[in-house]
Design a protein around this ligand. Structure first.
Ligand code: IFM
Length: 471
C-alpha cells in the first residue's frame, strides 16, 4: 500500500541531510476500537471480554472502563477531519468484533458494518488510507464463555468474522491486519491475567497463543476471498529485542527463552510455516503439543504481504531469579528484568531508540524480503496544559523523532519498511492503566470530549508533509 496523495516536496526529499524517507512512505496514526469508540451497547454491540474485565472491581486503575472512552463512535467525522488537517496519509483502526457479531457467531449485524463503512468512506474522501485490524483484543464475551482463545473453536469463529468484514469492506480497504499483538492477548490475558479475560493459566496461555496464530492463518484466505487483488494482508506483532545481562550460561538461557516467547514463537510460524524446534520443545515442557494438529503450522504460514511491527522498548535479562508470581512469559518465570538506568516514558518503559533499528534489521536478516510497516510506536507522558490551552509535549516529540531516526537508519541498512503509524492519534483507554496514561498526540479532555492537538501532532504532521526528518 502506498499513500496515493503523498505530497512530498521534491526539494526536501532530495536533501540528504534532511533524512528523507523513500517516496510513497506512508505516514499514519493508529488507534483501536475499545480504546476510543465508547458507545458500548449502542446499535446492538455485544459485550466483549474488556467490558466484563473493566467492570470487575480492581482490574483497571481507578475503576475506569471503555463505556464512553473518546466517544469516537459519535465523533469519527471530527477525528477524520483532524487527521486530514494534520496531514497524515493513513489511519490504522480496529473493528470491534462484538459490533459485527454480538455473540461471536452468526450473521453480521448491519449496524456494526455500517459504522465501519461510514468511517472508511470518510477516510477515503479525505485521501487517508484505511488500515484495518480485525482483532485488537475485544473478544465477544460469549466466545470467552465457551473457552475463549484457549478453545480451538475460537480460531474458526475468528475466520468467519474476518470473512464477514472482508465481504462488506473488501472493495474499499486495501490494508488488512488480522491480529494485533497476540503475545498480549495470550500471555497478559491468560498468563498473568492483567488483561481481559484475566486468567492465570500458564499452560492455557500457550494454547491460546497457538489458537490465535491458527485464527490468523485461517483468516488470511478468508480476507483474500473478498478483498481486492491489490489488497495487502498481514499481522501485527509486538517485538522487544532481548539482551543477556552477561555471557553466563544462565543469562544467555534467560535471554533465549524471553526472545523465544516474545518474538520467535509468533513470527517464525507466520513467516516460515512451522514452529522452530526450540519453540516446540518449550511447548512440550509447559503444556505439551497435543493442541497442535498436523496441518496447523501450514495454515498459520499462509503467505502474508506485510509484517506489522509494534515497538516500544527492549529488554536486558538475567537468569537465576526466584519465580515471583504469575508471569506473561510461561516457562520463564525465573527470569529477571534488569534496570539499565535508561530514561523512561511515563508508563515506566525504558527508552531504547536503537532497539527499533536493531529489531528491524534482525527481521530483515532472518526473513529477507519481508515488507514491514511500523504499525505502532509512541509514548505516554504526563502532559501539562498551558494557560492558553497549548500542550508543549517536547518529550513525546523527542521520543517519536528518535524512533523515526532509527527507522530511517534501518531502511539505510536494507530493511524494507514502507510506513509508520504513530500510537496514538488520541489519548485513550490504556487497558489496565485506564485513562491515566496518555499516548495521544491529540489531547482528549474526557469530560468535554474536546480534542487539542499537542505540539507533537503538529511536528509529526510537518514530518509527514516533508516525507523527511528535519536536520
Ligand atoms: O495501547 C496499547 C495498544 O493497544 C497496543 N500496543 C501498545 C499500546 C501502548 O501500551
Amino acid at each position: 500500500m502506498t499513500a496515493e496523495n503523498d505530497p512530498v516536496p521534491t526539494a526536501l526529499a532530495r536533501t540528504p541531510a534532511a533524512a528523507s524517507f523513500p517516496p510513497g512512505f506512508l505516514w499514519g496514526v493508529a488507534t483501536s476500537a475499545y480504546q476510543i469508540e465508547g458507545a458500548a451497547g449502542r446499535d446492538g454491540r455485544g459485550v466483549s471480554i474488556w467490558d466484563t474485565f473493566s467492570h470487575t472491581p480492581g482490574k483497571v486503575a481507578n475503576g475506569h472502563n471503555g463505556d464512553v472512552a473518546a466517544d469516537h463512535y459519535e465523533r469519527y467525522e471530527q477525528d477524520v477531519a483532524l487527521m486530514s488537517e494534520l496531514g497524515v496519509g493513513g489511519y490504522r483502526f480496529s473493528v470491534a468484533w462484538p459490533r459485527i457479531q454480538p455473540d461471536g457467531r452468526g450473521p453480521a449485524d448491519p449496524r456494526g458494518l455500517d459504522f465501519y463503512g461510514r468511517l472508511v468512506d470518510s477516510l477515503l474522501e479525505k485521501g487517508i488510507q484505511p488500515a484495518l485490524t480485525l482483532y485488537h483484543w475485544d473478544l465477544p464475551q460469549a466466545l470467552e464463555d465457551r473457552g475463549g482463545w484457549r478453545s480451538r473453536d475460537t480460531a474458526f469463529r475468528f475466520a468467519e468474522y474476518a470473512q464477514l468484514v472482508s465481504e462488506a469492506l473488501g472493495d474499499r480497504v486495501k490494508f488488512w491486519g488480522t491480529l494485533n499483538e497476540p503475545w498480549c492477548a495470550a500471555f497478559l490475558g491468560y498468563g498473568n491475567g492483567i488483561h481481559a479475560p484475566g486468567a492465570v493459566d500458564p499452560a492455557g496461555s500457550l494454547r491460546a497463543a497457538h489458537h490465535l496464530l491458527l485464527g490468523h492463518g485461517l483468516a488470511v484466505p478468508a480476507i483474500r476471498a473478498s478483498a481486492a487483488p491489490d489488497a495487502e494482508v498481514g499481522i501485527t506483532l509486538n517485538f522487544y529485542p532481548v539482551d543477556a545481562d552477561s555471557g553466563s550460561t544462565a543469562d544467555l538461557d534467560a535471554a533465549h527463552r524471553i526472545d523465544l516467547l516474545q518474538n520467535r514463537l509468533f513470527l517464525d510460524p507466520v513467516v516460515e510455516g512451522s514452529y522452530p524446534a526450540d519453540v516446540r520443545e518449550h511447548f512440550e515442557r509447559v503444556c505439551g503439543t497435543g493442541h497442535i494438529e498436523t496441518a496447523d503450522e501450514k495454515i498459520i504460514g499462509a503467505p502474508v504481504d506485510f509484517l506489522g511491527v509494534n515497538y516500544y522498548t527492549s529488554y536486558r535479562v538475567a537468569g537465576g531469579g526466584e519465580p515471583d508470581g504469575p508471569s506473561p512469559w510461561p516457562g520463564a518465570e525465573d527470569v529477571r528484568f534488569i534496570d539499565r538506568g535508561l530514561p523512561r516514558t511515563g508508563i515506566g518503559w525504558e527508552i531504547d531508540e536503537d532497539g527499533l533499528r536493531r529489531q528491524l534489521v534482525r527481521i530483515h536478516r532472518d526473513h529477507p524480503g519481508l515488507k514491514m510497516y511500523i504499525t505502532e510506536n509512541g509514548a505516554a507522558f504526563d502532559d501539562t496544559v498551558e494557560a492558553d490551552g497549548r500542550i508543549e509535549d517536547a518529550d513525546r516529540a523527542a521520543y517519536i523523532e528518535g524512533h523515526l531516526r532509527a527507522v530511517h537508519r534501518a531502511i539505510e541498512e536494507g530493511a524494507d519498511v514502507r510506513g509508520y503509524f504513530l500510537w496514538s492519534l488520541l489519548d485513550n483507554f490504556e487497558w489496565a492503566e485506564g485513562y491515566g496514561m496518555r499516548f495521544g498526540v491529540v489531547r482528549v479532555d474526557f469530560e468535554s470530549q474536546q480534542r487539542t492537538p499537542k505540539r507533537s501532532a503538529l511536528w509529526y504532521g510537518s514530518v509527514a508533509l516533508a516525507n523527511a526528518l528535519p536536520d
